[in-house]
Design a protein around this ligand. Structure first.
Ligand code: ATP
Length: 236
């Protein structure tokens, strides 16, 4: 098992956002976490990436207990978050943003390969190398955030709402790029409001409601589940 999250509790002051959440991700899988607004999807990503500490529970990654490690320490171990929306450096160019993703790496020849890989996955970034991140469109910034995360060569890529704010055509595109990233060998945990696309993409998925997992299964099983169809897919 690459990631084992066990009974985590995450609080914001007096508000408990996660009430003992347990999820697992195996090497090579794409696992989706779906849920309504406020269910705790972003909080789960914050806890797993180390952006926010947990009050209790444990997070094992690649055989190590990372529960008390900071986000940058987890990143060095290959647990990397591509944050929701606009988590890029607006005053830096595309190249500089991507370079920031690789700042801990010394293998410059391999880093150069990863620049090429990111430009292959996202040709738009290759066309706009000198453009400042902050002047790019929402969709382009989303691609840049994912590209920057890939530059650290993650073992597990955490994607927080990759389709957020994208036009329908781009949503299709971003999901097929995620599939390609997985096929190239990166394990993925993706949080999405866009349940249909996420379940279609994922090997397995978890359904999150008010800070707890209420259902789990393969993507296909959940796509076929009547209560999921009614609640998340808008069909009976
Ligand atoms: P959305 O899809 O709307 O982004 P989500 O599933 O990602 O929702 P979270 O952002 O994880 O949900 O929020 C879970 C709960 O924690 C919500 O009730 C939210 O109001 C609360 N919460 C999130 N961030 C904070 C914060 N910084 N301070 C206080 N409460 C917070």
């Amino acid at each position: 098992m690459l990631l084992e999250v066990k009974d985590i509790v995450l609080n914001y002051g007096k508000i408990q956002a996660l009430h003992g959440l347990t999820i697992e991700v195996e090497q090579g899988e794409i696992v989706a976490l779906i849920g309504a607004n406020g269910a705790g999807k972003t909080s789960t990503m914050r806890a797993v990436s180390g952006v926010r500490g947990v009050a209790s529970g444990s997070i094992m990654f690649d055989g190590h207990d990372v529960t008390s490690l900071r986000a940058d320490q987890r990143m060095r171990q290959g647990l990397v978050l591509a944050p929701e929306g606009r988590g890029i450096f607006p005053g830096m160019t595309v190249v500089e943003n991507l370079e920031m993703g690789a700042y801990t790496r010394r293998d410059r020849a391999e880093v150069a390969k990863d620049f090429d890989r990111v430009y292959d996955l996202f040709p738009r970034l290759g066309e706009r190398k000198k453009q400042f991140g902050g002047t790019m469109s929402g969709g382009e910034q989303q691609m840049l955030a994912i590209g920057r995360a890939l530059m650290s060569r993650p073992k597990l890529l955490l994607l927080d709402e990759p389709s957020m704010g994208l036009a329908p055509m781009l949503i299709q595109q971003i999901f097929s790029i995620i599939k390609e990233i997985a096929e190239q060998g990166t394990t993925i945990l993706v949080v999405e409001q866009n349940a249909k696309q996420a379940l279609t993409l994922a090997n397995r998925a978890y359904v999150l409601e008010t800070g707890n997992i209420v259902k789990t299964g393969t993507g296909a099983e959940l796509l076929d589940d009547t209560s999921i169809r009614e609640a998340y897919l808008g069909v009976a």
